[in-house]
Design a protein around this ligand. Structure first.
Ligand code: UDP
Ligand code: MG
Length: 304
């Protein structure tokens, strides 16, 4: 059996097409499948549309969260309920073509992989978003010790042992593509073109995307803490040189210590300290979240 997990949040305009295309493309693999649509606290007609799809085909199940928890939590919720031997993850906006799942499945079977993820060759998104995403992927690839993580997102399929490993990770600030690499086993990829979303606006707001990027960078790399160290070392070198100059001036020159240099160094030291405090604060915040140990999601009901 194959499970397909899809998070949806206020996507009423594309539920019907999503239903048709996922059913059609999974049917080309097997008739024994389930689609778990996770309604991530939608406030429009998404839920009622999902439920009428369920009435048409009982394999189209609906997992309703009690509020909007964000798409990483929604994916995790869906994965927790998935019963399939092979489980796929796909966004609900049809930017990732469901037809690619078949090639993922064939690759899993024929080439003995545990996880097959989609690698985007091209993407059709606004220039600003595309540039930011490029910068993020460059940072993540170069500083996360995951060199394969290049233009890879949630779109993927895995077998049950990889899924169980993924679900055993209790991390709260989740970046699933990173955690999926962390799981290990045999991982392969298929290439595909990321399309424009079929309809509606992107539901990952700018703030949500920034949070996701932060989760990825802070959870998978020591870049921020290295940045502290780097800035600190540069600062020390600058102030050591300045100190030498000040002493030489005191003993051999006409030492008249200027107001501007004093103020400038206070400003500089102050800002360096603020940067450090901010970064340390970020870690403390994350430790706090882990210690709180709140559930990642709360299910209202599972219609199946
Ligand atoms: N999504 C969700 N909860 C959210 C935000 C988004 O379940 O809080 C869903 C959304 O409906 C879509 C998928 O996650 O199916 C990806 O969202 P979006 O297309 O906005 O992300 P992007 O394409 O910008 O990565
Ligand atoms: Mg999208």
């Amino acid at each position: 059996m194959i499970s397909l997990v899809i998070p949806v949040y206020n996507e009423e305009s594309l539920v019907d097409l999503l239903f048709e295309r996922t059913i059609a493309s999974l049917s080309t693999i097997t008739e024994d499948f389930e689609i778990i649509c996770v309604d991530d606290g939608s406030s429009d007609n998404t839920l009622s549309k999902l439920l009428s799809c369920y009435k048409k085909d009982k394999r189209f199940k609906v997992l309703v969260l009690s509020r909007n928890f964000g798409h990483q939590a929604a994916y995790t919720a869906g994965l927790t309920y998935a019963k399939g031997e092979y489980v796929a993850m796909m966004d609900g906006d049809l930017q990732d073509p469901p037809e690619v799942i078949k090639s993922m499945y064939e690759k899993l079977l024929n080439e003995d992989y545990d996880i097959v993820y989609g690698k985007r060759i091209t993407r059709k998104e606004g220039i600003a978003k595309k540039t930011l995403i490029k910068i993020f992927h460059w940072l993540f690839k170069n500083f996360s010790n995951i060199d394969k993580a290049d233009n890879v997102g949630n779109f993927s399929m895995m077998n049950n042992r990889a899924l169980q490993a993924l679900l055993s990770i209790g991390e709260k600030n989740r970046y699933l593509p990173g955690l999926r690499f962390f799981v290990g086993y045999n991982q392969g990829f298929v290439e595909y073109d990321r399309l424009e979303r079929d309809s509606g606006e992107a539901k990952m707001s700018f703030n949500k995307l920034v949070k996701l990027a932060f989760d990825a960078i802070f959870s998978f790399s020591d870049l921020p803490i290295k940045f502290c160290l780097f800035t600190g070392v540069i600062g020390i070198i600058i102030f050591f040189s300045a100190g030498v100059y000040v002493l030489l001036d005191k003993f051999f020159g006409s030492a008249l210590y200027g107001w501007s240099s004093t103020v400038l160094s206070i400003y500089f030291l102050g800002s360096v300290q603020l940067v450090f405090l901010g970064i340390i604060g970020e870690y403390v915040h994350r430790i706090y979240k882990e210690v709180q140990n709140r559930p990642l999601f709360i299910v209202r009901e599972f219609v199946n």
